[in-house]
Design a protein around this ligand. Sequence first.
Ligand SMILES: NC(=O)c1ccc[n+]([C@@H]2O[C@H](COP(=O)([O-])OP(=O)(O)OC[C@H]3O[C@@H](n4cnc5c(N)ncnc54)[C@H](O)[C@@H]3O)[C@@H](O)[C@H]2O)c1
Length: 266
Amino acid sequence: MGKFDNGFEGSIALVTGGASGIGRATAQKLAEAGATVIIADRNEALAKASAQEMGVEAAVFDVADPEAWQDVVSGIKARHGGLHLAYLNAGIMTYRAESPGTPRPGFDLAAMPDANYRQIMGANVDGVILGARTCIPLIAESGGGAIVATASAAGVIPFPPDPIYTATKHAVVGFVRSLAPLLEPQGIGCHAILPGVVDTGLLGEGTADKARSLGVPVIAPEEIADAVLGAAQSPKTGGLWLCLAGRPPSRYAFNPVDVLGIPKPE
Ligand SMILES: NC(=O)c1ccc[n+]([C@@H]2O[C@H](COP(=O)([O-])OP(=O)(O)OC[C@H]3O[C@@H](n4cnc5c(N)ncnc54)[C@H](O)[C@@H]3O)[C@@H](O)[C@H]2O)c1
């Protein structure tokens, strides 16, 4: 029997990147379902405002910081006694618009500053791996639950507008697929969410409207939130939940590759 078979009432859930977009929509749904929710975000003002509006707790930190992870998870254990769901969702693109209304610059690998590279690897890769490392022991001692990470459709397809972003999301997909069987004996499900284009601040000013005008379907963050709750409740671990507009989330499957001695994932 899975931890969330009867819903999320009474469970403790941590949502990174929970101050806005997909994370915020998921935190809201978890809170409505009766979970105690902690949103984690490095944007202090937005995290505090969102937490207050949703009646949840806020933890302000950078998910790339291993020490901050230790402090936050110890604090959750001390205050709430356990943890059941870690939704590792915080993420950025290589060049982010620094303030609302500022257009996002185009991708230019040769001119990419080190700071941008470190920041995206920190948020998108370290944030997931360090988060899983820190949360797994507490989830296990709390009787099991789930790790869910936000990858992207760009975790399984090429996405030339941002090859670094694409690399980070492929990393999340490989991490989740490989970690899932290791966590199963502890009663911890492990899944990745692979959204298409979602209407959030990540896209940059005007991008959602531009996408719509080009006929690219844009998804509401609430639909992705439903997929996150569904993944956490899935009886079969290791799901790569592709979320495309107008379709229910579906499990993406790779072509199997026969490699001597390494078990097939599916
Ligand atoms: N919007 C899309 O089209 C789309 C598509 C596929 C995947 N995703 C992924 O969804 C996830 C959520 O993004 P979103 O679209 O909701 O964007 P968003 O910008 O609305 O939300 C991301 C949140 O993460 C926080 N954050 C970023 N880096 C952080 C860090 N290092 N430490 C702590 N918090 C940090 C930001 O402050 C922000 O509140 C990301 O991983 C993103 O890559 C988004």
